[in-house]
Write a protein that binds this ligand. Structure first.
Ligand code: V07
Length: 260
């Protein structure tokens, strides 16, 4: 009897999830969602586990979030996996985090390929361990013809450095005569950023209660909707992503008449 009850409960909740997915798809879905996946260390601490246990749990949430984003028809999902500031963490933690792309791809790459997901990366590749970069580049190569969701990992990414590098490249092209001063508008400048192939994010999500950007996509987030939650990244579920998108859609409806 108890088991039957449990089954019924599960079926009920998964059918409402499916209903909600259909409701969301009936309205404009954000094309590009970016997420600052914060709170993995805190999640572990609460359970008296080492921080790396939180990162590992967080990796599983990346998979679930990717699959739902794909089902919802989101075109690009950018995930902030590692910032240029994160090198300051203890070496054992950094070493562990740098193994996560391989573990993730060893386990889930077949599923990503099956689901037509394309893997991309945005960030400074030079400082990454060879084994990390090799795994990501293989995944990018194996998924390059997929035309479903773009799963874009921001890894060793920092926005101010990105903007400065763009300025330097613009100067270079100016001096070699490729660019005139009057050519340099917002669209041209955007094309010098690491996100040149993506539209700007429509929605930014940050977990774990911090209300700041932490050097993430400063230029690209100029017009984005922000959604913050106290939920720690390893606890972030399908329901939370749906809640964020519903909030986005209701804001669009409210302001749509005057602003678009
Ligand atoms: C990382 C797990 C998620 C929470 C945030 C910090 C730790 C998945 C990847 C990944 C990256 C590239 C790729 C496939 C998977 C990842 C890092 C950290 C550095 F092609 N999770 N995850 N990369 N965490």
């Amino acid at each position: 009897m108890l088991n039957k009850m449990k089954l019924w409960k599960n079926q009920k909740s998964s059918s409402t999830l499916r209903d909600k997915i259909e409701q969301i798809k009936a309205r404009p879905v954000p094309e590009h969602v970016a997420i600052i996946m914060d709170g993995n260390g805190r999640w572990a601490k609460k359970r008296a586990l080492p921080r790396i246990a939180g990162h590992h749990e967080g990796m599983k949430v990346v998979r679930k979030t990717t699959m739902l984003a794909n089902d919802l028809g989101i075109k690009t999902l950018t995930l902030y996996a590692f910032s240029t500031e994160n090198w300051k963490r203890p070496k054992n933690e950094v070493d562990y985090i740098m193994k996560l792309p391989e573990e993730f791809l060893d386990t889930f790459l077949p599923e990503l390929v099956e689901n037509n997901v394309r893997v991309k990366m945005m960030g400074y590749k030079d400082q990454l361990p060879k084994h990390t970069l090799r795994a990501i580049e293989q995944a990018m190569e194996k998924t390059k013809n997929n035309n479903g969701l773009i799963l874009n990992f921001a890894l060793n990414y920092g926005s101010r450095a990105e903007i400065l590098d763009a300025v330097k490249q613009v100067l270079n092209d100016y001096h070699s005569g490729i660019l005139k001063e009057t050519d340099i508008d917002e669209e041209v400048f955007s094309s010098y950023l690491m996100s040149s192939n993506f539209a700007d994010p429509d929605l930014l999500i940050r977990t774990s209660g911090e209300i700041r950007l932490s050097n993430f996509m400063l230029w690209q987030l100029a017009y984005s909707e922000f959604w913050f939650t106290d939920v720690l990244w390893p606890d972030f579920s399908e329901e939370h992503l749906i809640e964020a998108i519903e909030a986005y859609q209701s804001r669009q409806r409210r302001f749509g008449g005057i602003n678009t």
